[in-house]
Design a protein around this ligand. Structure first.
Ligand SMILES: [Zn+2]
Length: 471
């Protein structure tokens, strides 16, 4: 009678041992030394650091193990978080790639960049991170596969090389399961290009932007097809596939002894909806499923354990924070802010030196903005603005003639609209949005326009975006 009771325990114990060994093996494959608050402070004085910015397009935070997902979609990204810095309450600035990426790069809210429609271009007056890093002596390389960050939209500013990798041989059993979206190649082509770059870059410092697209096109292969037949399963398979591509980038750093000389930044431009609020995909509304994205920093040393920053953050904070850690001054007007003070405080506490950390104080109140022109694809008609305003307590959705208000703590899925029950809060927050929408782009020369040619329109259609017809 004992056996059937004991057996599950033995299995559980064996699984726990296996999981522990797997973790140890990963840590063993990580040559970075352990570091602390002092090493963090010393980053600004180092002249040997590289920066690898991994942008995983269409990645929702809540589908990663590091953010609490039950499925093992992302063991390698989770390991980055476990030995680094993870921002728990993080938001993207839009749910459409072009607007969102413009905000990441400029650290400005969409209205202040002015890139809200298919023909808008980031002003040449912008001083983008690649320009700053190039001036600081970094070799700058962008590897991209999404037509919305093409150089004619202004995204190549500051990159010595800004290219789409040559498609190589796909992995065994490679397939793409997003019916409306087929791209040539896969994210392992980015890995190949990164390998070529490392082979030829010598000892100089570099900044590489790797924009991964296989989650967007729901790509997977035999090894990553783990989760079943539904659309959502295919999305999770693609996260697992991309997680392996991210790991391959890190392995290249290991192989060249560069892991302890590289700051890795991982973020996303938006999430993906599965009918939670009536839409599938993205670039249609701004609910949590399309705007809550991950942000993870992996330092050139290992934190043990990693730290979690609870203070609210958003994509406009990414570069101000990275530059603050690297000791690089920014003098452009920005909406974001550096989270480096919060990182120092968390690290001081983790190191058992709370006297360095100061008293545990609530973070200052903050208002965050996400913005989408729902007519982004229809140059001939007036804008149709949707804005999500996030305070510590609420999330307000502004639409012309309509306001939705949600309690962030009690209703994170944004189901119960409180706008009628709490009209005062709704009116006050709506006024904040109206003031924001009345503001202008910061560039004196306005927002340049580009004519999409037939080839580009064709490519963008192939990217799964409807450019005509207004959906
Ligand atoms: Zn995107």
């Amino acid at each position: 009678m004992r056996r059937p009771v004991l057996l599950p325990h033995l299995i559980v114990a064996a699984l726990m041992v296996a999981a522990f060994l797997a973790t140890q093996m990963r840590l063993d494959g990580d040559s970075r030394p352990r570091g602390d608050l002092e090493d963090l402070a010393a980053l600004a004085a180092r002249d040997d650091l590289n920066v690898l910015f991994v942008l995983v397009d269409t990645l929702r935070a809540d589908h990663l193990g590091a953010y609490g997902y039950a499925r093992p979609t992302s063991p390698r990204i989770d390991a980055l978080a476990e030995t680094g810095i993870r921002f728990e309450d993080h938001l993207a600035q839009s749910s459409w790639t072009k607007t969102s990426m413009s905000s990441i790069w400029t650290s400005l809210y969409p209205q202040h960049v002015g890139v809200l429609r298919s023909t808008d271009v980031i002003s040449p007056e912008a001083d983008l991170p690649a320009e700053t890093l190039r001036r600081a002596g970094f070799r700058t390389v962008g590897l991209w596969r999404n037509g919305w960050v093409a150089p004619n939209f202004g995204f190549g500013q500051g990159f010595e090389s800004y290219v789409t990798p040559r498609p190589g041989r796909p992995p065994e059993g490679f397939r793409r399961e997003n019916p409306g979206f087929r791209l040539v190649g896969n994210d392992f082509d980015i890995v190949t290009s990164f390998d070529e770059l490392l082979r030829t870059s010598g000892d100089g410092r570099w900044f590489v932007y790797a924009h991964m697209m296989d989650v967007h096109q729901y790509a997977t292969d035999e090894e990553s097809a783990l989760f079943g037949p539904t659309y959502l399963d295919a999305y999770d398979n693609a996260i697992h596939f991309t997680d392996r591509a991210v790991d391959a980038l890190l392995d290249l750093l290991e192989a060249r002894d560069l892991r302890d000389r590289t700051l890795v930044v991982l973020a996303s431009d938006h999430g993906e909806a599965f009918g939670e609020h009536g839409f599938e995909g993205h670039a249609r509304d701004l609910h949590a499923e399309v705007t809550r994205t991950p942000w993870i920093l992996s330092l050139p040393f290992r934190l043990d354990p990693g730290i979690v920053i609870d203070a609210p953050s958003e994509n406009v904070d990414v570069w101000p924070t990275v530059f603050d850690l690297l000791g690089i001054e920014l003098d452009a007007p920005i909406d974001g802010r550096s989270l480096a003070p919060e990182i120092r405080t968390a690290l001081a506490r983790a190191g058992g030196a709370p006297e360095d950390a100061g008293p545990r104080a609530p973070h200052p109140p903050r208002t965050r903005i996400a913005h989408l022109d729902r007519h982004w694809a229809r140059a001939e008609v007036a804008p149709l603005h949707a804005v999500a305003l996030t305070t510590d307590r609420h999330r307000l959705f502004y639409y012309p003639g309509r306001t939705d208000l949600y309690d962030r703590e009690r209703d994170p899925a944004e189901r119960a609209n409180l706008a009628e029950r709490d009209p005062e809060t709704a009116a006050a927050l709506r006024q904040t949005v109206e003031d924001y929408l009345a503001s202008e782009p910061v560039w004196s020369g306005g927002v340049p326009q580009v004519e999409l040619d037939d080839m580009q329109l064709g490519q963008l259609r192939a990217l799964g975006y409807v450019v005509e017809g207004g959906r």
